[in-house]
Design a protein around this ligand. Structure first.
Ligand code: GDP
Length: 174
């Protein structure tokens, strides 16, 4: 049995659902209490990828608050993939994804100097107060070099596991 260890970053503005996403993916839980992420949490999930391969995912949930951005280089070190998340009811959180992607492209390179694979996730698609259209997400994703994008709802458990699977596939270049 081969085991791959993958450090995955989860970035995006505060309140977009990063902590809930990691908790849902790792523990299968959703909790509606709002807790501001301070610094970084990391959680582990083991995927049985094939008969011969296991993938140990280390998920690093990075605080979205501007005041922490100077610390990102330390957290990016050794990362092989990234989730960039925004909230479809917040155009500001969508606009911030450009800055997050630029920051990653500048500071989170693979050992060969390439940018790390990033997936763009549009969270809270269960809400009706949506302000960011699928069309603008698709355009943005393509223009900014994301491997792909997906609409998710951590609350309704929609596309959470699928999104992580796509990212892992992107890392293995499947
Ligand atoms: P973080 O600051 O990015 O880590 O965001 P949190 O995980 O703390 O979530 C912020 C708020 O959004 C919390 O009140 C969550 O319950 C809520 N939330 C997270 N995901 C969803 C979702 O898919 N749908 C809805 N309606 N609310 C969500």
């Amino acid at each position: 049995m081969t085991e791959h260890l993958l450090k995955i970053l989860v970035v995006g503005d505060g309140n977009v659902g990063k902590t809930s996403f990691v908790r849902r993916y790792v523990n299968g839980q959703f909790n509606s209490d709002y807790k501001m992420t301070v610094g970084v949490d990391f959680s582990v999930k083991v995927l049985h990828w094939s008969d011969k391969e296991k993938v140990r995912l280390q998920l690093w949930d990075i605080a979205g608050q501007e005041r922490f951005i100077s610390m990102t280089r330390i957290y990016y070190k050794g990362a092989l993939g990234c989730v960039v998340m925004f909230d479809v009811t917040s155009s500001a959180s969508f606009l911030s994804c450009r800055r997050w992607k630029q920051d990653l492209d500048n500071k989170a390179m693979l050992p060969n100097g390439d940018a790390i694979p990033c997936i763009l996730l549009a969270n809270k698609c269960d809400l009706t107060e949506r302000v960011v259209s699928a069309e603008s997400i698709g355009r943005f994703s393509e223009a900014n070099g994301f491997i792909t994008w997906m609409e998710i709802s951590v609350k309704d458990n929609k596309n959470v596991g699928e999104a992580m699977r796509r990212l892992v596939e992107g890392i293995f270049l499947i």
